[in-house]
Ligand binder design. Structure first.
Ligand code: HEC
Ligand code: HEC
Length: 384
């Protein structure tokens, strides 16, 4: 906390310096250089730190937030994260950035089953993950197989990866990347502006990317517009099973199936994909894609899931209809299979009608968040 305050204090001293000398030679930012390369308005820094959240993003949602106290979102650091996320210079050959595989218009994923990074000759082992509501997942681990401990730790992986941004082994590691960044007309000034000194370090890169990623909150889908009108913290199940006034009959049927348990005639999806964030429940076991599965995977939030397939860690399903078919009658038994997908000892069979399957897909489509995919705060800041 105290360290954060000091950084903030240093940062506002720099604003004053910048304002009073009008971007002169003593300014910590070289406005000419940064402005030449990016469209960022340094006089009006975008707000990442104080999101306007719906009433139902209350204490129950805050409890899921994996933001560490040591890296609370700060507008300048998150702005630096935005530049890093979109900068092709962060790859060895200037061909790829985080945004190559995490494309805003698709909810920050890639329509390709496996992604290309620095070269079209190589592909990733897994399907790229959507990034909205990444912060609402305890214990905060990242990647499908949960192997990175935090969003901060994750941020270094694509940099090191020989397939993604290419800095591993022969390319010289992150030291070579940081030397490349230090030689740009962008980064020494931007790091000084964000952190109070120009040093480019791996922890600072991690902090900036993690802040930018955690700021990607999704709370403006059609489901949100409807739910905001019926939500009540004291209603049974927080009114999640109320019909929404802006939904079609099929969407409301799909919503009911998603939100309710088998006892209430539902498919119980919401017991793992938790509304209102639709991020995965911390205690979710396997969803039984493969027989004998022992591994535990996470799922990204289902928000914007309808913008593009394919689905699951290996992108095995092309469409949401295929996903629903799988949950209907394809769940496989294995040691890691979650109890919520069992009926007695056997994998659960939903045996939904064709109309109910279509309704479930129609509901999933209502989670698409047009505001997040058009939000200029998360768009490419570079002049290209
Ligand atoms: C070449 C494509 C590619 C590039 C470039 C790339 N990613 Fe990813 N990203 C992926 C894939 C594929 C996964 C899933 C990998 C896995 O689970 O092993 C992923 C997973 C993630 C996750 C985990 C999400 C979750 O819910 O656990 C985060 C966060 C992320 N990427 C952020 C970034 C950042 C930040 C960068 C740039 C520094 C980046 N990615 C660059 C393809 C890419
Ligand atoms: C036991 C908890 C659990 C339940 C119940 C559950 N899921 Fe999942 N779901 C998961 C897990 C875990 C994954 C990620 C699996 C993987 O890729 O290995 C997932 C993945 C998904 C995906 C793909 C996400 C992506 O980004 O590719 C969709 C869509 C989905 N589930 C929808 C549903 C629907 C619809 C229901 C109800 C019929 C449901 N889920 C019930 C745990 C669950």
């Amino acid at each position: 906390m105290r360290r954060g305050n000091m950084i903030l204090a240093a940062a506002s001293a720099l604003t004053l310096a910048l304002a009073s000398c009008g971007g002169g030679s003593k300014s910590p930012v070289t406005p000419a250089g940064v402005a030449r390369l990016t469209t960022i308005d340094f006089a009006n820094v975008a707000d990442y730190a104080n999101p306007r959240l719906p009433a139902y993003f209350d204490a129950t949602v805050k409890a899921l937030d994996n933001s560490p106290a040591t890296n609370a979102v700060n507008n300048r650091v998150a702005t630096l994260g935005r530049v890093l996320f979109y900068d092709l210079r962060l790859s060895t050959n200037n061909h790829a950035s985080c945004a190559s595989c995490h494309q805003q218009r698709f909810g920050f994923t890639d329509p390709m089953r496996f992604s290309n990074g620095i070269s079209t000759a190589a592909i990733t082992d897994f399907h790229a993950m959507r990034l909205g509501n990444l912060r609402y997942w305890q214990p905060g681990t990242t990647f499908w197989d949960r192997r990175a401990a935090s969003v901060e730790a994750q941020a270094s992986h694509p940099l090191h990866s020989l397939i993604e941004l290419g800095w591993g082994g022969p390319a010289g590691g992150l030291d070579a990347l940081m030397r490349k960044m230090a030689a740009t007309e962008l980064y020494p000034d931007l790091f000084a502006w964000a952190f109070g000194s120009p040093a480019i370090t791996e922890p600072r890169i991690q902090q900036a990317l993690a802040q930018f990623l955690r700021a990607m909150i999704s709370s403006s889908s059609r489901w949100d517009q409807g739910y905001a009108r019926v939500f009540s913290p004291t209603a049974p199940n927080r009114a999640l099973d109320r019909d929404l006034p802006n939904f079609t009959a099929a969407e409301n049927r799909g919503r009911h199936l998603f939100m309710t348990s088998a006892a209430q005639g539902g498919a119980n999806c919401s017991s793992c994909h938790l509304p209102p964030t639709f991020a995965l429940a911390a205690d979710s076991g396997s969803n039984g894609l493969d027989a004998g599965e022992k591994r535990l995977f996470k799922a990204p939030s289902l928000r914007s899931v309808g913008l593009t397939g394919p689905y699951m860690h290996d992108g095995r399903f092309q469409t949401l209809a295929e996903v629903v078919e799988f949950y209907d009658h394809g769940v496989q038994d294995g040691p890691a299979l979650d109890h919520r997908l069992r009926e007695g000892r056997a994998p659960r069979r939903l045996n939904l009608s064709a109309a109910d399957k279509a309704a479930l897909v129609a509901f999933l489509m209502t989670l698409n968040d047009d505001a997040l995919i058009k939000d200029p705060r998360f768009s490419d800041p570079f002049r290209r």
